[in-house]
Design a protein. Structure first.
Length: 264
């Protein structure tokens, strides 16, 4: 009787391994990140591969890793958001990563609007409208930080992209960085108090690539840089809306000093 039970167990185990192998065939693991609005929670967003029948949850700053292949359909769901789906295409597979930025739409939408992918697997969901800003007097390095994630978008006849939409995305990341600092400091009763979770609050909204590519800060040094900026001149006046470009200029300048200090 024990032998029969043992054979049945081994047979079931073999079937499970074969089934898993078939489901995982030609799939690769991609790294993902969900960027959320400042006051939202990036942790615990459910990312589910419908085709594979398996899912994962995001960590404190919205990161996740999941097994996919071309054509797989991922659903993203959380209590605070409407569910939406993303189809894995060749662009995402080549980049081996996917970044999804969630922003509240200015006007109510009947359906969740997923923007097209760019060449790095970046996706915008319900992008908010941003205002036109005068960049006169801002250094070239600061403008590069303001126009973060600039690049060529993948051509897709199903998802036409206008120049206005592209320009809106370029401006959004840099100026929102000023808004992030401003909003975080408003949460503290003491205007000189530094919020303990400042680095987490910022990193859950912005990809590490923003700091790495446009401020030249290594991923392992991002949190240290944020506190370095606070200890070296970041003031409440910089957080005023009229000074948002000066704030970005300040961060660019301090990023260079921070890098030099770490090289010594």
């Amino acid at each position: 009787m024990k032998n029969i039970f043992g054979l049945f167990f081994l047979f079931s185990l073999l079937v499970s391994f074969v089934s898993f192998g078939q489901n995982s065939e030609n799939r690769i693991i991609i790294q993902g990140k969900v960027n959320v609005p400042l006051e939202a929670d990036a942790r615990g967003i459910h990312v589910y591969n419908i085709n594979l029948g398996k899912g994962v949850l995001t960590d404190d700053i919205g990161r996740f890793a999941i097994l996919v292949k071309e054509g797989d359909e991922l659903t993203f769901s959380a209590l605070q958001y409407e569910d939406f789906k993303v189809i894995i295409d060749e662009t995402i597979l080549e980049a081996q990563k996917i970044t999804i930025s969630l922003t509240e739409s200015v006007e109510p939408l009947d359906d969740v609007y997923v923007r097209p992918y760019d060449l790095s697997g970046n996706i915008e969901v319900d992008v908010a409208r941003v205002k036109v800003t005068n960049f006169k007097g801002v250094s070239e390095d600061a403008q590069k930080a303001i126009f973060a994630y600039e690049g060529d978008f993948a051509k897709d006849s199903r998802s036409p992209i206008t120049k206005a939409v592209v320009d809106e995305q370029f401006v959004e990341y840099g100026l929102d960085l000023a808004n992030v600092f401003r909003t975080i400091f408003k949460r503290t009763k003491n205007t000189n108090e530094i919020p303990e979770d400042l680095d987490i609050s910022i990193r859950k909204m912005y990809d590490d690539d923003f700091f790495n590519e446009y401020l030249n800060i290594k991923r392992s040094e991002i949190s240290r840089f944020i506190y370095f900026a606070q200890d070296n001149g970041l003031s409440q006046s910089m957080l005023e809306e009229k000074h948002e470009l000066e704030l970005i200029e300040f961060l660019v300048t301090k990023s260079k000093k921070f890098k030099n200090l770490n090289q010594d």
